[in-house]
Design a protein. Sequence first.
Length: 120
Amino acid sequence: MTISTTKLVDDNFKIIVNSNGVGGEFQQKLVDVLNSEDATSEPKVSIANMQYEILGTGNVTVFFKNDTSKKVIMSGRGNWGLKPDEIKLRDPSGDIFLNSDDTITKYNLVIECHKEAGYE
């Protein structure tokens, strides 16, 4: 399956994207960093905050395409990125992708990324 994404904000400081899906997705583009507003050839963003609702028993994994070690794995309902022990994931260039387990029946995710470098 493919995910549905809607870009809510793309200004000179941040990108906010709303997405939803039904599970079973693999390497789906969540945030199109390379084509964001005022991007140069190598834009870099950080994942600052995510609000999510995941129904079913599986996980949703959000990761940078060019550095899969920088990822967040989520399940249930909640937020990521606002707690003191959850620092912004930053530095890789490239788009942000999503994987979701087959055991998920539905999910909604809002992600906020901050533009760090590579913007005019």
